[in-house]
Design a protein around this ligand. Sequence first.
Ligand code: ATP
Ligand code: MG
Length: 367
Amino acid sequence: MKIDDLLRERHVIVCTGSGGVGKTTTSAALALRAAEVGRRVIVCTIDPARRLAQSMGLDQLGGEPKLVPLQSSSRSKPKGELWAMMLDMKSTFDQMVLEMTSEDRAEQIFQNPFYHHISSTLAGTQEYMAMEKLWELHEEGRWELIVIDTPPTRSALDFLDAPRRLTDFLEGRFLKLLMLPYMKAGKTGLRLINFGTRVALRAVTRITGSDLFADVANFFQQFEGMYETFKERSRRVRELMGARRTAFVIVTAPTEPSLKEARFFAERLKKESIPLGGLVVNRAHAVWGIHGLENPIAVADRVGPGILADALRTYASWRAVSLREERLLAGTLGAIDKTPVWRVPDLADDVCDLKSLREVGALLAAG
Ligand SMILES: Nc1ncnc2c1ncn2[C@@H]1O[C@H](COP(=O)(O)OP(=O)(O)OP(=O)(O)O)[C@@H](O)[C@H]1O
Ligand SMILES: [Mg+2]
């Protein structure tokens, strides 16, 4: 499948992959390209590099969608619209709490230091909020295509598991068990909490600087009754992810660990019946073979020292890199049949303005 077809047909595209492989770059490049093929598109980026954010007209307070001005040259006149925003995890969480409970109760929750901790630093919150934002944008109905960047998780699979982990956590099965004595007996109950737990909770107390025991107990009481809504919301998003007009795009580096991760992720998507749009092999080194020059080192030895021999040796080493990458990729593709693959070469400079995003988009479309 051509990437332009994907951009024309789908309603949601989720760019995922392991840390640092180019998810944010690919999301922005796909969104720009989609706008140029005529769609009204929004890209929700996560922690974009400052220069990239600026090039899309986003400042530090980029939590609201902004229309990106696209210069129209006669060659690439934009027919659609590109909107961009940055995920603001905390305000997305606040908004969700406000929708789920009364204003008074929400206010109490906002004042709880433990809520601050959860809504801004807890692992998994960012993933949950990215999905929540996706749902909000979908519900707003203003955009034909929504491109979602995903957080820099250690492993791409974390993205699929995080919402369940967060709801489990909020449901408090684990923590409630720990806190139960305290919730029932007030501070005297602390003695009932075992030593290891106390040490762990003290460490958190030091970090958050709050009376953690009381805050946590209050927090779970304040959240009482909201867990079901939380679960319901992640169920809806999960449904949207499995919809026919959704596609996941897995971004990978042409390296063994990254490709392995991409393969696991593709297998997981298949198991969960979530549509995979294709694989972007980013920062690839495609060096073509030259007919008659199958052994450049031998030729370099023959011609003797000099600029030609140096050039031949340089060519030989890059060609070897390219062949190794193709071998690794073939190994991965063997496991994910019929998945479209788009290669983007390792460019000389960072991708941090509209011009270079456009270039990445064109390379994706050509691949
Ligand atoms: N094809 C490319 N050629 C050159 N530089 C690239 C290319 N793709 C991405 N980059 C650069 O690599 C860096 C990392 O890219 P990006 O931020 O998109 O990765 P990411 O997967 O979103 O990272 P994180 O997991 O931290 O969110 C950026 O500086 C970007 O400009
Ligand atoms: Mg990123």
